[in-house]
Design a protein around this ligand. Structure first.
Ligand SMILES: Nc1nc2c(ncn2[C@@H]2O[C@H](COP(=O)(O)OP(=O)(O)O[C@H]3O[C@H](CO)[C@@H](O)[C@H](O)[C@@H]3O)[C@@H](O)[C@H]2O)c(=O)[nH]1
Ligand SMILES: [Mg+2]
Length: 186
């Protein structure tokens, strides 16, 4: 690492790094890379075996709107930033806040990088069963933080079709739905 410059430090942080990289042929090369640090996050597929259904959150996502989604609305698994919390604790909290459901101990599926060329975020992805009777909270997200989340219960076959026809376009959501399919969760 030769140098690091903060380009923007408002809600999250964008830095410009200057690094010396040893290439596969042994030669050194100086590179500059802009990296966006918004912490790490967690997401979860809530599923119900009996109903053969899952729970998704529909909300406005400005980056999706800016890059081709006409109304900017995205259907995603419940997710949130860790804000220094343990990933499993954080996701249980996000599930309650965004969907209103209370869940047991979530099962870790993977810990992956969603956009490793530009963003530091590690995504801790989980599965948990939900029960329609265990919904003690209202869900919908935090209005004073600008969240306005519609909770959507979707049949698993419809969710698979939604990946093919473009109604679901969020990578972590697609990963978790296919994981559930491959491992026969639903
Ligand atoms: N003022 C302000 N608020 C912001 C900004 N960026 C995000 N927020 C607010 O910060 C909160 C973040 O909510 P979370 O539920 O923690 O995160 P998320 O946006 O749902 O999910 C993110 O994390 C996932 C898991 O890591 C990501 O996969 C997903 O893409 C998303 O970025 C939201 O209330 C959002 O409105 C900003 O630039 N300015
Ligand atoms: Mg969220």
């Amino acid at each position: 690492m030769r140098d690091v410059q903060v380009l923007s430090d408002n809600w999250y942080t964008l830095r410009n790094y200057t690094i010396d990289v040893r290439r596969s042929d042994g030669a050194w090369q100086r590179q500059k890379r802009e990296v966006f640090d918004r912490g790490s996050g967690a997401g979860i597929l809530l599923y119900n075996k009996k109903r053969r259904s899952i729970i998704l959150a529909r909300q406005l996502r400005l980056p999706a709107y800016l890059n081709g989604v006409a109304d900017g609305m995205m259907l995603e698994v419940p997710a949130g930033l860790l804000d220094d919390r343990d990933p499993a604790d954080a996701i249980c909290h996000e599930v309650a806040e965004e969907t209103g459901y209370e869940i047991g101990v979530p099962e870790l599926v993977t810990d992956c990088f969603a956009s490793p060329g530009a963003v530091t975020e590690r995504l801790h992805l989980f599965l948990a069963e939900y029960d329609s009777a265990s919904r003690p909270f209202q869900g919908g997200g935090l209005a004073d933080e600008g969240e306005d989340i519609e909770v959507v219960e979707m049949g698993f076959d419809d969710a698979l079709a939604a990946i093919s026809d473009g109604r679901i376009r969020d990578a972590k959501t697609i990963l978790l739905i296919y994981h559930a399919r491959v491992h026969g969760v639903l």
